[in-house]
Design a protein around this ligand. Structure first.
Ligand SMILES: *[C@@H]1O[C@H](CO)[C@@H](O)[C@H](O)[C@H]1NC(C)=O
Ligand SMILES: *[C@@H]1O[C@H](CO)[C@@H](O)[C@H](O)[C@H]1NC(C)=O
Length: 284
């Protein structure tokens, strides 16, 4: 079985953060319009830092982000040579919490958790789940603790309690299996791991693990994020109609890879141009 190279996502994220976003800065401020990324497709909800006094000022703006989604299937084009790892795509689906006001503009610590799908040399797809406190690498969750398969509907809840402590809850809605974990930043004393104050960003993404432009794009079945929840430090709820949401389209070398499309206030779909009419065999 192919072992996911999860840490690569961080590397890619870092590269794009340093060079990709407008003004050289992620994530960009409140209420901005659409964004384009070569490896991220999805939606964000931006939240102002809440006005508080005393101790609470030291806490990131967003406390809770959650969503349900279906783990997608992916397939290779008929002519793809799958003995070449560059033709075997890896995709991740995740939610995360980030704060904007870092003292150093090159820091983007955030807590994220979600799923990933990997393709082997025969085109078979396997799925996994993971938790990551960026800029550390992803921690895969052992299958015996939380097992997921393509086609499963899962729920993931990410909480940030303090700048270095959080909590992750996952449930596989097909099997009923649950996973919970207290999470601490991998290097809690290092300021570049401490989630920043200032405005916060709730993240709902499909990510493409890509090290360089590939000949073939990933083809995946629709991923629908639903029951999306974003809660700020005071307990206020936000959704895709709050007026501070942004959609991110994934475009690589001029080619559309993943396109988000709003459904209602708490859901949107991410689709690939070649996969959007595909109903995978074996899907539930
Ligand atoms: C967020 O803060 C900015 C700047 O302080 C302000 O202009 C904007 O109205 C605020 N947005 C919301 C949704 O409160
Ligand atoms: C995938 O989503 C797109 C965009 O909403 C839609 O046009 C398409 O019918 C969906 N595909 C399936 C198989 O549901």
């Amino acid at each position: 079985m192919h072992v996911p190279t999860l840490t690569l996502w961080c590397f890619c994220m870092l590269v794009a953060l340093a060079s990709g976003s407008p003004g050289g800065r992620w994530p960009i401020g409140l209420g901005m319009s659409k964004y384009v990324s070569s490896f991220l497709g999805g939606a964000v909800i931006n939240i102002n830092q809440t006005e508080t006094t005393g101790k609470e000022e030291e806490l990131p703006a967003i406390r809770t982000v959650s969503a349900e989604w279906n783990i997608p299937w992916s397939k290779a084009p008929d002519n793809a040579d799958l003995s070449n790892p560059n033709n075997r795509h890896s995709l991740a689906q995740w939610v995360g919490i980030l704060g904007n006001g870092c003292a150093n503009k090159n820091w983007y610590p955030f807590l994220q958790a979600g799923t990933n799908i990997e393709m082997d040399e025969h085109g078979a797809i396997v799925a996994g789940a993971w938790v990551e406190w960026f800029p550390a690498g992803a921690h895969p969750i052992p299958k015996e603790n939380f097992a997921v398969s393509p086609g499963d509907q899962i729920m993931v809840v990410v909480n940030v309690y303090t700048r270095i402590l959080g909590h992750v809850y996952m449930k596989n809605l097909r099997t009923g299996q649950e996973y919970t974990a207290e999470v601490e930043a991998d290097s809690p004393k290092d300021p570049k791991f401490q989630i920043c104050l200032g405005s916060g960003v709730a993240q709902f993404f499909q990510e493409w693990d890509i090290a360089k432009d590939r000949e073939n794009l990933p083809i995946f079945s629709n991923v629908t994020f639903s029951s999306m929840t974003t809660i700020d430090r005071r307990g206020e709820f936000y959704d895709l109609t709050s007026g501070t949401e942004d959609y991110w389209t994934m475009i690589d070398a001029g080619r559309q890879v993943a396109i988000p499309e709003g459904i209602d206030s708490k859901s949107f779909v991410v689709y690939s141009p070649q996969g959007k009419t595909w109903t995978p065999r074996g899907s539930h």
